[in-house]
Ligand binder design. Structure first.
Ligand code: FUB
Length: 345
């Protein structure tokens, strides 16, 4: 049976070795998407709660109900919780499970992008709008047309185009969309419809957004992640293949697509020369954290680069009670990223 809590770890000792501390500790937060708007740092996390749902490999225990936005005046200042920014009861199309969100700004308005399970049990991605980066946000009446699965990350390119990256396996349902429509069979089996080990792995999706950032302007396209020989990563290559938690950033003119490998608990990255890819796998960005999930964002703040991530150290290892943290990352001269260990040896 999978377990909800990490056992056999001395958390007092582990926390002494952690390279960073939770940014806030009065609530649990996870899946941080960080941006700088008007010179200030805004973090858009999931708000973890214990809703009493049993742990399973579909992520039913991630039963989040609202979003809070965290703000920081600078990278070393106190992190401020700005209260409820959006609640599931105010999202007409969504029933439950407000998972990893992201946000962006356009023309003075702020857009929160978020996945949630609709009343038919299918994950969709929605948008909510606010005049303020901290909300409150007003949800659109319907999810984005043609959206599915989880973990939207929105990237603004230098030419002003906005792209959404998304997708997640198992509870994230990506494997149920291998044909045009959702496959509802074997609803309790998280690995039904995952390709065989020797077949190409499932791929994340990317779609350019419309000018008003409320819809896809094109059908989502698969984002290829290749090995050094130019072959697609295989489904059995679980130490490298995409699982969930897409993020895109640009460094020195190159596009860096980073993601979680899910059941092998790594954050990895791949580099390409345009927002659609293909991307070539480079390596590990973050070694496993305490807790099953790993999820991150990468953000430049005053000419330094930071990884925003989470772990379950504050809850002594409870998988669905996580805390957002940050740590600086550095690049080698060849553009690769120096991997981070979340706890020193
Ligand atoms: O927080 C719920 C889910 O856990 C996210 O959507 C995944 O990326 C994982 O962090």
């Amino acid at each position: 049976m999978p377990e909800d809590t990490v056992k056999h770890i001395d958390f007092t000792e582990l926390n002494k070795k952690a390279i960073s501390k939770p940014l806030i500790s009065h609530i649990y937060t996870a899946d941080p998407s960080a941006h700088v708007f008007n010179g200030k740092i805004y973090i858009y996390p999931s708000h973890d709660i214990d809703a009493g749902e049993a742990f399973d490999d579909l992520g039913s225990h991630f039963a989040m109900e609202d979003y809070h936005v965290i703000s920081m005046d600078s990278i070393n200042s106190e992190a401020v919780d700005n209260g409820v920014a959006l609640h599931v009861k105010d999202i007409p199309w969504a029933e439950k499970q407000l998972w990893a969100p992201d946000a962006h700004e356009k023309d003075g308005k702020y857009y929160l992008f978020f996945p949630a399970k609709a009343y038919d049990g299918i994950f969709r991605i929605g948008v909510a709008i606010s005049a303020s980066p901290t909300g409150p946000f007003t949800a659109q009446p319907e999810a984005i047309k043609g959206s599915f699965s989880i973990d939207p990350a929105v990237f603004k390119d230098d030419d002003g185009n906005y792209y959404m990256y998304f997708g997640g396996l198992w509870g994230g349902q990506l494997q149920r969309w291998r044909s045009e429509s959702f496959n509802p069979d074997e609803p309790k089996n998280p690995t039904a419809f995952i390709p065989k080990d020797n077949e190409p792995a499932l791929l994340p999706l990317v779609a350019k957004l419309t000018d008003d950032l409320l819809e896809f302007s094109e059908s989502p396209k698969q984002l290829e992640i290749l090995d050094a020989a130019g072959n697609l990563l295989l489904a059995g290559d679980i130490g490298r293949r995409f699982f969930e938690a897409s993020w895109m950033h640009k460094y020195n003119g190159n596009y860096y697509f980073s993601y979680s490998t899910g059941d092998t608990h790594l954050i990895c990255y791949a580099i390409g020369d345009n927002p659609y890819g293909p991307f070539t796998f480079q390596g590990i960005l973050l070694e496993p954290v305490v807790g099953w999930t790993s999820h991150h964002s990468i953000c430049e703040v005053e000419n330094k680069w930071y990884l925003f991530y989470h772990d379950s150290s504050l809850s002594n290892g409870v998988t669905h009670l996580r805390s957002v943290k940050l740590a600086e990352i550095t690049y080698n001269v060849d553009g690769t990223i120096v991997p981070l260990k979340p706890y020193t040896d």
